[in-house]
Design a protein around this ligand. Structure first.
Ligand code: HEM
Length: 155
């Protein structure tokens, strides 16, 4: 029987850790800091860098997943549940791309790159609440947390 490629297993656990930290830090460390607090720029720098690293590793994982042999999918014993599991797994890739996409859109609309990475010294906008990608980022985060909880329960 074929096994999961070791790179896939390593990437799975590395990404699990990085995504857990990004979700937890985003919710409990980044969001509560007001934008006029000088610590916000450092928090954004770490968060945005980690988000970009997650995207790169997720793309590598997707390519390895599509190009390597892997064991047959677990049979839960109910065709509808099997379909639901497969749907949930692909949804997690979608969530990562949705989170990173909305994060980058928010960052571009708020003009963050020169402030966060370029040391422009300009202030951050008062908040990000008026930007549509901000709402999407929060909604994707909630869906992602629910999917992760279901994934852990199912495993
Ligand atoms: C998988 C990758 C990512 C995860 C899991 C993630 C997670 C989160 C979470 C959980 C929040 C708080 C949401 C809330 O409480 O409503 C947040 C906020 C935020 N994220 Fe991300 N994020 C990711 C990628 C990115 C990227 C790539 C960027 C920018 C390039 C970004 C920029 C932001 C910004 C600007 C905020 C708003 C902070 C605020 O409102 O004060 N994120 N993120």
């Amino acid at each position: 029987m074929s096994r999961y490629h070791p790179a896939l297993v390593t990437l799975h656990w590395l990404l699990a850790l990085m995504i857990f930290v990004a979700l937890a830090m985003g919710t409990f460390a980044l969001d509560p800091i007001p934008n006029d607090d000088p610590a916000k720029i450092d928090a954004l720098r770490s968060h945005m860098t980690a988000g970009a690293a997650i995207l790169v590793l997720m793309l590598v994982r997707l390519v390895v997943r599509l190009r390597t042999d892997h064991p047959p999918k677990a049979d839960i014993g109910n065709p509808m549940l099997n379909r639901l599991a497969s749907w949930a797994h692909w949804s997690m890739y979608l969530m990562v791309f949705g989170m990173v996409g909305s994060g980058i859109a928010m960052s571009a609309m708020a003009g963050l790159p020169p402030i966060v990475f370029g040391g422009s010294g300009d202030p951050l906008p008062a908040n990000f609440e008026d930007l549509p990608p901000r709402a999407a980022h929060g909604i994707f985060a909630t869906i992602f947390m629910l999917l992760i909880a279901a994934h852990i329960a199912a495993a």
